[in-house]
Design a protein around this ligand. Structure first.
Ligand SMILES: Nc1nc2c(ncn2[C@@H]2O[C@H](COP(=O)(O)OP(=O)(O)OP(=O)(O)O)[C@@H](O)[C@H]2O)c(=O)[nH]1
Ligand SMILES: [Mg+2]
Length: 334
C-alpha cells in the first residue's frame, strides 16, 4: 500500500536513501529526513523545482476550492496579485502571518489598510495572524466558514511563509486530531500535498514556492537561521546623512547618495549586526551588485527575504546585494 510521510507529504520508500521519502522501515509514519529534522534539527536539502509548485497551484485553479494564501509579513511579495493568474476561479483569503515579529505599534488595521489600498478586490478577505502565537486564528476560522463552498481548503504560499505551522495549529486547536506536519526555518520543508481531514472538509498543505529572488538562496545556512527572526523585531532607527552607509553583516550595504538628512528605520531580525559607516572610507561589499533606487516620501526599501527599511524623505540610495536578490520600494507599510 502506498504510504505518505506525515511530516512532508513525500511518498515513503525504502529503496533509495538519496531520494525523498526514504525510510528504512515502511511501518514508520515519517521519512528519515523528517525524523531527523524533528528530533535533531538536522536539515537535509532537497532540490524542489518550482515547476512542481506551479503545477500544484494550477491544479488548485481547476477546482473551486477555497484557498488560504499565506504570506510572511516580513517578506510580502512585490506582486501579491499574481497568484490570481492561476486561481481566477477560486476564492482566495490572504493570510498575513508572523504578526508577532512586528512591534505592537504596527496595528492590524494599518496592515489591512495597506493591502486594501494596494490590492483592491483581489482577495475575498484578509486577516493578520500569528500562527506561532495562535493570534487571530478564531477570526481566520470564521472567514473559512464564511467563504467555503467546497470540500477542500488549500493552504498555499512561498516556502517558509508558515503554511505547515498554520495547518498544525488549526488541526490541534479546532479538531480532535493532533497534527504532526514537519516545520523548519529552512526552505522546502514540505515536499508534497498533505491532505488532512478536518471536521467536514479536507485541509491541504502544499510545498511552498521557492522565491528565487529571496536573499535566503544566496547566503550560508547559519546566516539563514540568523535572518529568520523568532522574536519581535526591535526596529533600529538611524539618522542618516548623504555620504553615509549601513552595512548588514556580509550580505548587504545601503549607501545614502543624495537627499537631506533622512531617517532609516530597519525592520530585520535583531540578530543581524548593522554598522553605520562613512561611505568614502570603506569599500566593504561594494563588489556586490549595485541597485540604484530613487526614494519618494515615506517609502520602504524591501530586501526580499530579509525585511525592510522605512525611510522618510526623498533621496537616492545605492543598495549592494547579490545580483539575484530583488530589492524594491513600496509606500510605507507602517
Ligand atoms: N515568528 C513566527 N514564526 C513563524 C510563524 N509561523 C511560522 N513561523 C516559522 O517560520 C518557519 C517556516 O515555517 P513552516 O511552517 O515550515 O513554513 P512552510 O510555509 O510550511 O514552508 P515550506 O514547507 O518550506 O513551504 C519556521 O521556522 C516557523 O517556526 C509565526 O506566526 N511567527
Ligand atoms: Mg511546509
Amino acid at each position: 500500500m502506498t504510504k505518505y510521510c506525515k511530516g512532508c507529504g513525500a511518498r515513503l520508500q525504502d529503496n533509495n536513501m538519496l531520494l525523498e521519502g526514504y525510510t528504512s522501515d515502511l511501518s514508520n509514519d515519517l521519512c528519515r529526513r523528517c525524523f531527523r529534522l524533528k528530533n535533531y534539527g538536522e536539515y537535509q536539502v532537497v532540490a524542489k523545482t518550482n515547476d512542481e509548485y506551479i503545477q500544484i497551484i494550477k491544479n488548485v485553479g481547476n477546482t473551486k476550492a477555497l484557498v488560504l494564501y499565506v504570506v510572511d509579513l516580513l517578506s510580502i511579495p512585490e506582486h501579491l496579485e499574481e497568484i490570481k493568474n492561476y486561481l481566477s476561479k477560486n476564492k482566495v483569503i490572504l493570510v498575513l502571518n508572523k504578526k508577532d515579529l512586528l512591534p505592537l505599534s504596527v496595528t492590524d488595521e494599518k496592515i489591512e489598510k495597506y493591502i486594501t489600498d494596494n490590492y483592491e478586490n483581489i482577495f475575498v478577505d484578509q486577516v493578520v495572524i500569528s500562527a506561532n502565537k495562535n493570534y487571530n486564528l478564531d477570526k481566520l476560522m470564521r472567514l473559512i466558514k464564511k467563504h467555503r463552498d467546497s470540500k477542500e481548503v488549500y493552504v498555499i504560499g512561498n516556502t517558509n511563509a508558515g503554511k505547515s505551522t498554520l495547518m498544525n495549529k488549526i488541526i490541534d486547536n479546532y479538531s480532535i486530531n493532533i497534527s504532526n506536519i514537519t516545520i523548519s526555518s529552512m526552505p522546502s520543508t514540505t515536499l508534497d500535498e498533505i491532505k488532512v481531514p478536518f471536521n467536514d472538509f479536507l485541509l491541504i498543505d502544499t510545498p511552498g514556492l521557492v522565491d528565487s529572488y529571496s536573499i535566503i538562496n544566496y547566503i550560508s545556512d547559519d546566516k539563514i537561521k540568523k535572518i529568520s527572526s523568532h522574536d519581535t523585531i526591535k526596529p533600529r532607527t538611524y539618522q542618516i546623512k548623504r555620504g553615509q552607509a549601513l552595512i548588514f553583516e556580509d550580505f548587504l550595504r545601503v549607501d545614502y547618495i543624495e537627499g537631506d538628512r533622512n531617517s532609516f528605520t530597519v525592520f530585520v531580525s535583531n540578530d543581524i549586526n548593522i554598522k553605520r559607516i562613512n561611505s568614502k572610507r570603506h569599500d566593504q561589499l561594494k563588489n556586490l551588485s549595485r541597485k540604484e533606487i530613487d526614494l519618494k516620501y515615506h517609502e520602504d526599501i524591501v530586501i526580499s527575504g530579509l525585511g525592510f527599511i522605512k525611510t522618510i524623505l526623498e533621496g537616492k540610495v545605492h543598495v549592494y546585494v547579490d545580483k539575484d536578490v530583488s530589492v524594491f520600494t513600496r509606500k510605507s507599510l507602517i
